[in-house]
Design a protein around this ligand. Sequence first.
Ligand code: FAQ
Length: 328
Amino acid sequence: MYTQGLDQKGQANVSEIESPEQLAAFQARIDAEEKIEAKDWMPAAYRRTLIRQISQHAHSEIIGMQPEGNWLTRAPSLQRKAILLAKVQDEAGHGLYLYSAAETLGVSRDEMVQGLLDGKAKYSSIFNYPTLNWADIGAIGWLVDGAAIMNQIPLCRCSYGPYARAMIRVCKEESFHQRQGFDIMHKLCNGTDDQKAMAQDALNRWWWPSLMMFGPGDADSKHSAQSMAWKIKRFSNDELRQKFVDVTVPQAEFLGLRVPDDALVLDEESGHYRFGEIDWQEFHDVLAGNGPCNAQRMERRRSAHDDNAWVRDAARAYADKQSAKAVA
Ligand code: FAQ
């Protein structure tokens, strides 16, 4: 038996008595690459870790609609507007799949959303940076969705079935997002000098925050060891960051752009790019709520939640009517 709710930090609060035999049998299933399903027995800490990660992931998708939503009314053509609209709607869909996947673990959507609104639950640091001009939309698709894919493809093999299955469709959609971002950058880089300068400026501003998306370095990542043993994570934060750099630097070269890192160099022997030190102080400041747009993002989310209370009320009234009909 377990009991749960969300604690003060917005994390699932689960208590359960677990025997060493149960824990060993569970780990054996993980080691044998079996998928864990919603109704299977699982350690309380496994459940808690998944609720934390999946709900933060869902919140990121929902807050992540804001920086790009900012440019829907100012897209440079009807076609660009239609593409961006589809992308932003996809992000809403990802949030919904992910909230649903987390709900299978016994936490309610209301509790998760409340954790976000109360500022107790995290969302990705990247969405606290501003989108100053159209090139930023290209940079987000190329770099932010590119980083998201690198992190999320391995999640399709996560040990928890509902999360792994949700990620398959999410990743397909993210790869369209990445392509549309690269396409915007490509057009700008092959346009006028001013357009190319806009693309370079966007890369300058989004490069380092994109590297921070992968989380703290392995030595400082408090959850990684256990999450990897449970096969929730398949690669460490630093491994994924390195893969992202290796894939993205040649793309920047193809675009004729310069990655803003003087220490960046290809290590011929290993085939990997070595790159400079991330500004971890900036990362921690953003996580603490002091990034350029944290306050604005949360203010917008809270007002959208309040302004749309009537939609929830209407849906609830309709559901009540339907269930009254079913009983009658
Ligand atoms: N921002 O011990 P670790 C997207 C927190 S979706 C904020 O390494 P873990 C799509 C971490 O939560 C982007 N917080 O933690 C899109 C933990 O805090 P806690 C989101 C961060 O879980 C594109 C603490 O630091 N993707 O972009 C960040 O093992 C365009 C210690 O860290 C996901 O959520 C950060 N960057 O590894 C949408 C993917 N990094 O909970 C719109 C799923 C770390 O102890 C437009 N999540 N923290 O208080 C994951 O893969 C993992 O949770 C990591 C962190 C890799 C993010």
